[in-house]
Ligand binder design. Structure first.
Ligand SMILES: Cc1cc2nc3c(=O)[nH]c(=O)nc-3n(C[C@H](O)[C@H](O)[C@H](O)COP(=O)(O)OP(=O)(O)OC[C@H]3O[C@@H](n4cnc5c(N)ncnc54)[C@H](O)[C@@H]3O)c2cc1C
Length: 342
């Protein structure tokens, strides 16, 4: 065995995939099964940061969103299973004149920063599926994509099995070890080092039986509305730092559903078919944490996906496999574990 991955969430599975594609023998160990943590959810917005104040994190995310299309196409081809990936773009209503001016400036920025690979534009014709806009304008970007997180994890796991990767609940490390154990590890590292390294931020989301599969996703009033390819529509998410149970839903989700139904009237007559909650791994620096594990000097860590872990996974898998298999360090400075230890 060349590589042992601990944690079968999106980061662990994606790194396992990249390593297996490059010929490594890989095992994945997770006592809770595939996608048992925050990766097994229902939202799946692969949406970019705004095109301004460009930095390493935004560039890395941009590259990851571009890489996602071939990444998920290959997973689907090998597994024969759907990931729910689709690059249908995103609509955002523009709420006032300041936002309108800002959106126009960002449209100019995107021409340069997004390298002609995607567009950010201001439109004045209401799209088929969009909330009302007080200004009569909306932002449309063509970089955003959707993913069905649960299906994507299952497809990735099946593709890995077909490439000879083994899965187990428990086992010893063999070869190089990678810890992709999400919020649990961030809490554990913080406790062991007796300093804040990272936390878990709970999120709750709902799935409706509303079929808008050919429409772009919507971002409005800090909520993502994601029309999935299977005819469902996800709305998320709450953001909670204080919670007793990371996987239960409560009145906060009820409130979110009520607001969502005001924003998009189509949802008023649709039925909620699933409620879901999970804990996002958030590092102290808020950026991904990639490199040597702070508690295990001979092992690696990939963590801190926070709100964009699904979108960051393809690029994280690429730089982590460079590091693990070749010793080539392509990790941006801002993502190093040391940034969370100062
Ligand atoms: C409500 C909600 C909505 C979200 N929406 C989006 C979105 O729209 N777009 C987006 O990009 N991201 C989104 N995210 C964030 C995204 O889900 C996470 O960033 C990502 O799933 C983190 O993946 P991970 O593999 O690091 O962790 P996890 O998926 O949490 O996986 C960690 C795994 O480690 C396992 N584990 C724990 N301890 C051990 C151990 N000792 N040994 C072995 N295994 C262990 C767990 O069982 C788990 O399977 C959302 C998150 C939530 C909660």
């Amino acid at each position: 065995m060349d590589v042992t991955i601990r944690g079968a969430g999106i980061l662990g599975l994606s790194i396992a995939w990249q390593c297996a594609l490059r010929g490594a023998r890989v095992q994945v160990i997770d006592p809770n099964g595939i996608g048992a943590g925050s990766s097994g959810g229902i939202v799946g917005a692969l949406a970019p940061h705004v095109p301004e104040n460009w930095n390493n994190k935004k560039e890395f995310q941009f590259q990851s969103l571009i890489a996602a299309e071939p990444f998920w196409a290959q997973v689907e081809e090998v597994s024969g299973m759907p990931s729910g990936y689709g690059r249908l773009g995103r609509i955002q209503p523009i709420t006032d004149e300041n936002q309108l001016a800002l959106a126009r400036r960002r449209a100019d920025n995107a021409k340069m920063l997004w390298q002609n690979k995607a567009e950010w534009c201001v439109i004045d014709k209401a799209p088929d599926f969009a909330p009302a806009s007080t200004t009569g304008f909306w932002i449309k970007d063509t970089l955003s994509a959707r993913l069905n997180p649960r299906l994507a994890c299952d497809a990735l796991a099946e593709a890995l099995r077909l490439k000879g990767v083994s899965f187990a609940g428990h086992g010893l490390d063999q070869g190089k070890s990678v810890w992709t154990t999400g919020a649990e590890d961030l809490f554990h590292i913080s406790k062991t080092l007796q300093r804040p390294f990272g936390i878990g931020v709970k999120g709750q989301a709902a799935l409706f039986d509303l079929d808008r599969r050919d429409c772009a996703q919507v971002f409005a009033q800090t909520m993502h509305f994601i029309p999935h390819a299977d005819g469902t529509l996800a709305v998320g998410s709450t953001s909670e730092r204080n919670y007793d149970d990371g996987t239960s839903t409560d009145e906060k989700l009820h409130k979110l559903i009520t607001v969502a139904q005001e924003v998009l009237r189509d949802l008023k007559t649709a039925t909620v078919i699933q409620k879901w909650a999970g804990v996002r791994p958030r590092s102290k620096s808020r950026a991904p944490v990639l490199g040597t594990h702070p508690l295990h000097p001979n092992a690696y860590i990939a963590n801190g996906g926070f709100k964009i872990g699904l979108g960051m996974a393809p690029k994280i898998a690429e730089v982590m496999s460079d590091l693990i298999l070749d010793g080539t360090d392509n990790i941006p400075e801002d993502f190093r574990p040391e940034n969370c230890l100062t």
